[in-house]
Design a protein around this ligand. Sequence first.
Ligand code: TMP
Length: 210
Amino acid sequence: MFITFEGIDASGKSTQIKLFENYLIQHNFKVIVVREPGGTKLSEEIRNILLSKENFNMVKECEIFLFSASRAQLVREVIIPKLQEGYIVLSDRFHDSTTAYQGTGRDISLDDVFVIHRIAIDNCIPDLTYFLDIPFEESIRRKKQNNISPDRIESMGKEFFERVREGYLQIQKREPERFKVINGVDEPEEIHKKIVEIFNNKLNSQKEMI
Ligand code: TMP
């Protein structure tokens, strides 16, 4: 199974991925965690270019191709081979980030975004996606509390992040079976329980299909 985690910054993705990875290991699944942009040597180099504040003048067309180039490499070098070996692959962000940030956020037409996805990921679409939904103000509060300095994209303002959140919610309307919205403001243990419950439901429905 290929499972992705989405959300605006400081939505708690890393905490939840760690908890879920531990759960899967305890239940004898083979599991690997990757992150986007990144996850291969080449993709990590692209990540540095994408997030560096020195590249403040990067145009949105360059940005979407770089995110997608990083993803194309990760899919073919790591994700597909690991899925074929029977691993559960957990990814911290994937193509929905591009749809929400570059599509709805930066206003690149979704038709164009979908064409780029088709080239970058081909048929490697997640089986399940968790969107940890928090308000922009909560994201700012958590980042201040943890003294996190924003990268190039995180430095964008409230309006941008509201469009990004709207973009995510639109994905849920298009693909409710795959894309699960979870209230990211709940306690981490509560969120973890929901993630496990949704996963087990998915697993059972896949077993029934076999
Ligand atoms: P991270 O902070 O979750 O590691 O993600 C890096 C930043 O890149 C984050 O602000 C979201 C942004 N991003 C996009 O704009 N488009 C994408 O396709 C991806 C994967 C991330």
